[in-house]
Design a binder for this molecule. Structure first.
Ligand code: T6T
Length: 329
């Protein structure tokens, strides 16, 4: 199987109901999509969750590339990162008979059968960001180096706490390929340093308020925690809020995956020390290119891995600024 790993420059670390939301570039009349890029091929983009700047930025890449190649795109996303909300969207997208679906599956097992059914119906399926247990039906899969990013997060916490101490992970839910890989990368790296006492993973269900509540409770139980790795936008934003509410921002070093606007604010105000930014725009561009290649019978790359960038207070307004996520295109 051909795999491409994109070696993107690592920005230097210093110390270290179906409420389907729909938008997009399709004027075909399906869903509540809008605007058009006016081509022959009909693409659908199904986000992991609507309103998450990671997927908004990916949508920007998808729309820009679709426009270039003359395809239309309809974008929809569930109101929560939840397969019971995402599956009905896939069902309705399938009924609209797109040529290809670009999708970030919200669960490795629950989205397996619905996506295989789409592929069996002749729709090209490209997995962007997350994957499923058996992705063999997919034309291509594009995601960040999530395990490497988890290891980089541990390295950042290690550099910020040279004497070690208690650390924990705030994740979203088990069964999401990306965050599970980040946890694995972090845990594998942490196991090699005996100075750190790893307290395990807490699951915030991708909800900032829950992450804030969980970290506050963890700090009440273990007031000497020195570092937290939060595996995505919402777990990181909630962790930082909880740490500040507990007035522990000078003691607890927070490293979060992603680089949404709220996270950047928390980096600048000193509650968060480092962000591991992905390249969602590039994932979107690659997703369209692979979908088009699959549709026109040209060579498809089955697996593409994009990179990550470490953003700190030192580079957030400089080299790192280009990697911050967008709220709109
Ligand atoms: O971290 C991204 C994405 O990679 C992950 O699969 C789910 O959470 C995000 O969308 C950020 O909120």
């Amino acid at each position: 199987m051909k795999t491409i790993t994109k070696l993107l420059p690592l920005v230097a670390a210093s110390a270290l109901a179906l409420t389907a939301c729909s938008s997009g570039s399709d004027d075909s009349g399906s869903g509540s999509g809008s605007s058009a890029s006016g081509g022959n091929q009909k693409l659908a983009f199904v986000q992991g969750v609507a309103g998450d700047e990671f997927y908004v930025t990916m949508q920007c890449g998808i729309e820009a590339e679709a426009k270039k190649v003359g395809a239309t795109v309809n974008t929809q996303g569930p109101a929560k990162f939840d397969p019971t909300l995402q599956k009905p969207i896939v069902d309705s997208v399938m009924a609209s008979k797109p040529d290809a679906i670009l999708i970030a599956p919200t669960d490795v097992s629950a989205m397996q059968a619905p996506l295989k059914a789409a592929a069996d119906q002749g729709i090209k399926v490209v997995l962007v960001d997350t994957t499923v247990d058996d992705p063999s039906f997919a034309a291509s899969q594009i995601s960040s180096d999530n395990e490497g990013g988890g290891a980089a997060a541990f390295k950042a916490i290690q550099d910020l706490n040279p004497d070690g101490g208690k650390i924990l992970i705030m994740s979203t839910d088990p069964g999401i390929s990306t965050v599970d890989a980040r946890v694995k990368g972090f845990e594998t790296a942490a196991a090699k340093d005996e100075k750190f006492d790893y307290l395990g993973v807490q699951y915030s269900h991708n909800d900032t308020a829950t992450a804030a509540r969980l970290i506050t409770a963890a700090l009440a139980k273990n007031p000497d925690i020195v570092g937290v790795f939060a595996t995505n936008t919402f777990s990181a934003a909630g962790t930082a809020t909880g740490v500040r509410q507990a007035d522990k921002q000078d003691q607890v070093k927070v490293v979060g995956f992603d680089a949404g606007p709220d996270q950047v604010g928390q980096l600048k105000d000193g509650t968060v020390q480092a962000l591991i930014a992905q390249d969602p725009y590039e994932i979107g561009v690659d997703g369209v290119d692979q979908a088009m290649a699959s549709l026109d019978g040209s060579e498809v790359t089955p697996t593409i891995q994009t990179g990550f960038h470490i953003i700190t207070k030192d580079n957030v307004d400089g080299d790192g600024a280009q990697y911050l996520y967008k709220s709109s295109c």
